[in-house]
Design a protein around this ligand. Structure first.
Ligand code: SAM
Length: 184
């Protein structure tokens, strides 16, 4: 029987890894996350923009977006432990009065009618974990407003994968493939 990819049971339980993250996060990590996001966005500013973080995990990237001036952040993750950690991280470190919401949701259950569209749709190291990469890319990309930016990073299999389950490469936060795609 095909797995229901919208269900938590069909995924690796990443959230558990982050359960005490909110208590351990360091200023340097926040600064590095902001710098990395800034590098990725290039000339784009987040000021006044709606930012969607798909598969928010620890919430660090959502936090970086808020600290870089995003008008509103929606952070979402399938895993309730990730949702919980992100809530705690944002409660603790988000700028006073920042507008954000953290929801438990699968990328396959996203829809614009419910959440609206986003100036920046962001998904770092997530979509290849969903069980259907191309459908996940389509669903995530569809959340991006016209003239918006769809930013995603994926792992790639390499020769070294024979020796370790995954290896992170390259210059952008160690990921093998990262893209910032302007949406027409
Ligand atoms: C490797 S972690 C990356 C977390 C975060 N983006 C980061 O860069 O630190 C992958 C995250 O994707 C989430 N995830 C996996 N499948 C998902 C799905 N179908 N919908 C939403 N989130 C999903 C996991 O729960 C996990 O938090």
């Amino acid at each position: 029987m095909p797995k229901d990819l919208t269900k938590l049971e069909s995924h690796f339980a990443f959230g558990h890894n982050w359960s005490d993250y909110a208590d351990k996060i360091l200023d340097d990590q926040i600064i590095e996350a902001k710098n990395a996001l800034h590098r990725l966005l290039g000339d784009e500013t987040l000021a006044g923009k709606r930012f969607l973080d798909i598969g928010c995990g620890s919430g660090l990237h959502s936090l970086a977006a808020l600290q870089l001036g995003a008008a509103e952040v929606v952070a979402m993750d399938l895993d309730p432990e990730s949702v919980n950690t992100t809530e705690r991280v944002l409660r603790r470190f988000a700028p006073a009065g920042a507008s954000y919401r953290v929801i438990q949701r699968s990328v396959f259950d996203l829809n614009i009618a419910d959440l609206g569209s986003f100036d920046v749709t962001y998904s770092w190291g997530v979509l290849h974990h969903t069980g259907n990469l191309y459908e996940a890319l389509a669903r995530a990309g569809a959340m991006t407003a016209p003239s918006g930016l769809f930013v995603f990073a994926l792992y790639r299999k390499t020769w070294f994968c024979r020796f370790s389950r995954s290896r992170r490469f390259d210059d952008v936060n160690g990921f093998s493939s990262a893209a910032a795609v302007p949406i027409e």
